[in-house]
Write a protein that binds this ligand. Structure first.
Ligand code: CU
Length: 343
């Protein structure tokens, strides 16, 4: 009903707009056309120049103000090693962009105001200026080349990491609408898997004839050891999903029929994150809202989300990830059931 009403209102608004335009057209034909009528008067130029200056400067002030007002909502410190590099790249880029923005935008609006049309004022005729051309071509070229090179090097470091020990192999399996994780077990090799093997409790299709898969551990909540390299392998059952773990600065598409992967090292435990001052501030903000709604308080946890709109319950595709010490991880592993034990 609500949708119908919205469509009706939009349709009526469109009809009204068309009618107003037609009235304008008709009324224009009634008044005799005068040559000067269509040209802005000096007064118009003056007012427009002032309005654009004020609005433009308000936009610049709002942009700066919004950083202070909402800056506290951005992600807290990265909980993965490569994430620190991602963040450095981001903040250097933001600093360069911010610097250029704060110089060029006020100048732009000042020029609009300073050189607005005024009676008797004539524009200066300027033909060409080699020095200016050189300056505004070479400066952005050099700055962009530096940023892009830095970005490519960072990308290379993140995508081709060198680990001192072999990463723990963990599969993240996406389907409409939920996640499952599969730890490669003692042999650290994932057994073959295919959608055709999905049957009963074998919900992610591990090949029961592949010996590598017998020690695999399938869970709906994942634990990882801090400071150990992890190799995530991503699979999808139905449509394209995107594994997104914001606190690890990690995102990778999960594509049906192929396996994608990403290796990284978590460097903060869940307990450490919960003690981080920024996390504490953000969580207490969330809990104030929850309390006002009469909901249970929320505690920080790493979360795997889907970042590809994959269907009606996409928003609810999430899995809790706990990062603990090596002892906690080994203890947790012992409590899990292997694929062979579950058969
Ligand atoms: Cu999804």
């Amino acid at each position: 009903m609500m949708t119908f009403l919205i469509i009706l209102v939009v349709a009526l608004a469109a009809v009204a707009l068309v009618q107003i335009v037609r009235i304008f057209e008709v009324s224009n034909t009634l008044t005799p056309a005068k040559e000067e009528d269509n040209r802005p008067s000096h007064k118009d130029n003056d007012i427009q120049g002032k309005i654009l200056f004020v609005l433009g400067m308000l936009f610049v002030v709002f942009s700066v103000w919004s950083i202070f007002k909402w800056g506290g909502y951005i992600l807290p410190v990265s909980a993965s090693e490569h994430g620190l590099e991602t963040d450095r790249l981001l903040w250097i880029t933001m600093a360069v962009i911010g610097f250029v923005f704060l110089i060029t935008q006020p100048l732009l609006f000042w020029f609009v105001y300073r050189f607005r049309g005024i009676k008797g004022r004539k524009a200066t005729y300027m033909e060409h200026n080699n020095k200016l051309e050189l300056l505004w071509t070479s400066v952005p070229t050099v700055v962009l080349a530096i940023i892009i090179t830095y970005g490519i090097i960072t990308w290379g470091n993140i995508m081709n990491p060198e680990f001192e020990e072999e990463p723990i192999v963990v599969e993240l399996y996406a389907k409409q609408f939920g996640w499952q994780a599969r730890i490669a077990g003692e042999d650290n090799v994932l057994g073959n898997a295919n959608v055709r093997f999905i049957e009963g409790i074998n919900s992610i299709g591990i090949d029961p004839n592949d010996l590598n898969g017998l020690d695999d551990i399938v869970t709906s909540e994942l634990m990882l050891p801090v400071g150990k390299p992890i190799l995530f392998k991503f699979r999808a059952q139905d449509v394209i999903h995107s594994a997104y773990i914001p606190h690890f600065r990690l995102q990778m598409n999960c594509v049906p029929g192929t396996v994608t992967q990403f290796a990284f090292t978590p460097n903060k435990t869940t307990a450490e994150m919960r003690r981080d001052p920024k996390v504490i501030r953000q969580i207490s903000g969330i809990n104030e809202i929850r309390e006002a709604k009469g909901e249970e308080p929320y505690e920080f946890d790493f979360v795997l989300l889907c970042n590809k709109i994959c269907g009606a319950a996409h928003y609810n595709m999430q899995m809790k990830i706990v990062v603990g010490t090596e002892e906690e991880y080994n203890q947790w592993l012992k409590e899990q059931t292997t694929f062979a034990e579950s058969l």
